[in-house]
Ligand binder design. Structure first.
Ligand code: FES
Ligand code: FES
Length: 169
C-alpha cells in the first residue's frame, strides 16, 4: 500500500508500511526526517510537533493513513534556503540547552507567528503550552518569539494558513 503526501513541499510516497503506523515513526524511519523527536508518545510533550496543512500537530498521535493527501512540514522543511526567522531568533537568543525539544518548540512558535505575527504573552503561553522543555528554556523561547515577531511581522516568509481550515487539522 502506498500513501501519498506532500512532505516539505515535495511529493512523497510512504510505501510498504503499516498504514496505522504513527506518522512520527514514518517520518523518522522511512522519510529520514529525524528532526522530529519522540518524547512521550502520548501527545503530551510536543517533541514530535510537525505541521499538517500549516497547523501544528503531534505526529505521534496521527497514523500515516490519516494524513494521506495532506501537506506535512517538518523542521527540515521550515525554510527552503536561509534560516526561518524563528530559527534565526533561536540562534540569536541561544535558546537550546540539550536541544531535544527544540524542533517541536520552533514548529509551534512558527505556526503561531504565521497567523498571529504580534502575539501577546498570553497568546504565546497558549500556543506553546503543549511543548514541554525539561531543561527549562521557557524564558529564552519567549524572548526568541518576541524577536521573531518584531523582525517579521506579516512577512511573506510565514506560511499562508488562510487557505486551510482548523477543522482539517
Ligand atoms: Fe508526541 Fe510527546 S512524542 S507529544
Ligand atoms: Fe532540553 Fe528542551 S532544551 S528538553
Amino acid at each position: 500500500m502506498s500513501i501519498d503526501v506532500e512532505l516539505n513541499g515535495k511529493a512523497h510516497s510512504f510505501d510498504a508500511l503499516d498504514p496505522e503506523m504513527p506518522l512520527l515513526w514514518a517520518l523518522r524511519d522511512y522519510a529520514g526526517m529525524t528532526g522530529v523527536k519522540f518524547g512521550c508518545g502520548a501527545g503530551q510533550c510536543g517533541a514530535c510537533t510537525v505541521w499538517l496543512d500549516g497547523y501544528p500537530v503531534r505526529s505521534c498521535q496521527l497514523s500515516v493513513e490519516a494524513v494521506a493527501g495532506r501537506a506535512i512540514t517538518t523542521i527540515e522543511g521550515l525554510s527552503q534556503d536561509a534560516l526561518h526567522p524563528v530559527q534565526q531568533a533561536w540562534v540569536d537568543h541561544d535558546v537550546a540547552q540539550c536541544g531535544y525539544c527544540q524542533a517541536g518548540q520552533i514548529m509551534s512558535a512558527a505556526a503561531l507567528l504565521s497567523r498571529n505575527p504580534s502575539p501577546t504573552d498570553a497568546d504565546i503561553d497558549i500556543a506553546m503550552g503543549g511543548n514541554i522543555c525539561r531543561c527549562g528554556t521557557y524564558g529564552r523561547i519567549k524572548a526568541a518569539i518576541r524577536t521573531a515577531s518584531n523582525s517579521f511581522s506579516g512577512s511573506a516568509m510565514f506560511y499562508d494558513a488562510a487557505s486551510t481550515t482548523e477543522a482539517d487539522a
